[in-house]
Design a protein around this ligand. Structure first.
Ligand SMILES: Nc1ncnc2c1ncn2[C@@H]1O[C@H](COP(=O)(O)OP(=O)(O)OP(=O)(O)O)[C@@H](O)[C@H]1O
Ligand SMILES: [Mg+2]
Length: 276
C-alpha cells in the first residue's frame, strides 16, 4: 500500500488531494479565480497529474491550446483515431460534455479493474491522477443547450460523488457566482475544499460555505488573490482568510508545457484503457 499522501500547500494550509473531490472556487470577475486555479493545476501536475481543461470563455486556459497542440500532435500520430477525438482542452459545451463522459467511463473502468484489495484507493493502486480545470462553470452551463447542460450535470455529478476513492480525478471548479440552479447544494458541499475569492454575495456564500452562520464569516480585503478557504480537514466550519500565491512572475504556459512533457515518462501503472 502507498503511504504517500498527495498534498498541496496553499498559503501555509495543507490541502490533501487523497480522498478529495477537488476544490470549488467562487468569486466575482477579477477576484483571482483563474490565477488560483492555474496555481492548483500546476501543483497537481507537479504531483504527476494529467490535465484536462474546460474553458468555454476561451480566456486564459484556452490559450494553452496552442502550445499544447504541438506536443499533442506527436502523441496523436502514434495512437488510434479515437484518441484524436479525445480533446484535452475543451472550448465548447459539447466538447465539455464529451470529455466528462470519457472521464466518467475512465473512472468506472478504474473501479472495475481494481477491486482485489479491500479499501485501496487510486494512490494504493498507483493510478495516474487527473486534474480537471473547469473555468467559469456557470458561464458554460448558460451557454449550453438543454441536452448538453443535462449531460454535463449528469457526468459531473457522477464524478463528484464517486471519483474520490478510485477515480483519481481532482476537479477544480471555478465560477463567478453560485446559485442553486447551477450547482445544487448537495453537490457543492461534496467539494472537500471550498474557496471564495474576495467578498461574495450572500447566495454564493451560503452555497460555498453551507451550515456556516453568515455573520461569523470573516470580511476579506477587496484585493485580487485574497479570499476565504474551507477544507474538510480544518477543525472549523468557518472559512479562513488566505492569500493565493502571486503568479505574476510565473510563466504559466511554459511551466505547463515542461510539466506536461516531463510527466510523459511516469511511473504510474499502465492502463490499457487510458483514453488520451
Ligand atoms: N494571488 C494574486 N496575487 C496578486 N495578483 C493577483 C492574484 N490573483 C489575481 N491577481 C491579479 O488580478 C488579476 C485578475 O485575476 P484572475 O484573472 O485570476 O481573476 P478571475 O477571477 O479569474 O477573473 P475573471 O472572472 O475575469 O476571469 C490578475 O491578472 C492579476 O493581475
Ligand atoms: Mg478567470
Amino acid at each position: 500500500m502507498m503511504t504517500h499522501s498527495f498534498v498541496i500547500n496553499l498559503d501555509n494550509y495543507d490541502i490533501p488531494v487523497r480522498g478529495s473531490t477537488g476544490a470549488l472556487i467562487v468569486g466575482k470577475p477579477g477576484s483571482g479565480k483563474s490565477v488560483l486555479v492555474s496555481y492548483l493545476m500546476l501543483m497537481m501536475m507537479t504531483l504527476g497529474a494529467f490535465p484536462i481543461i474546460f474553458d468555454t470563455k476561451r480566456s486564459d486556459f484556452f490559450s494553452l491550446k496552442y502550445l499544447f497542440h504541438v506536443s499533442n500532435c506527436i502523441e496523436k500520430s502514434s495512437k488510434t483515431t479515437q484518441n484524436v477525438e479525445t480533446p484535452v482542452i475543451c472550448s465548447t459545451p459539447s466538447q465539455v460534455a464529451k470529455s466528462l463522459r470519457i472521464l466518467t467511463e475512465l473512472m468506472n473502468r478504474r473501479y472495475e479493474e481494481h477491486q482485489n484489495h479491500w479499501g485501496w484507493d487510486w494512490i494504493d493502486y498507483n493510478l495516474r491522477p487527473i486534474v480537471v480545470v473547469f473555468d467559469e462553470f456557470a458561464a458554460t452551463i448558460s451557454e449550453a443547450d438543454r441536452k448538453t447542460e443535462s449531460e454535463i450535470t449528469k457526468y459531473l455529478k457522477q464524478l463528484i460523488f464517486k471519483a474520490r476513492q478510485m477515480g483519481g480525478i481532482y476537479l477544480l471548479l471555478a465560477s463567478q457566482r453560485l446559485t442553486a440552479d447551477v450547482l445544487e447544494r448537495n453537490i457543492s458541499s461534496e467539494f472537500s475544499t471550498r474557496i471564495g475569492m474576495q467578498n461574495l454575495d450572500r447566495i454564493s456564500l451560503d452555497l460555498a460555505f453551507p451550515g456556516c452562520n453568515l455573520d461569523e464569516i470573516p470580511i476579506v480585503e477587496n484585493i485580487p488573490g485574497h479570499g476565504l478557504i474551507y477544507n474538510d480537514h480544518f477543525d472549523t466550519l468557518i472559512p479562513q482568510p488566505f492569500i493565493a500565491p502571486d503568479m505574476t512572475n510565473v510563466d504559466v504556459p511554459s511551466v505547463f508545457k515542461n510539466l506536461f512533457e516531463r510527466n510523459k515518462n511516469n511511473t504510474f501503472g499502465q492502463e490499457e484503457y487510458w483514453p488520451w
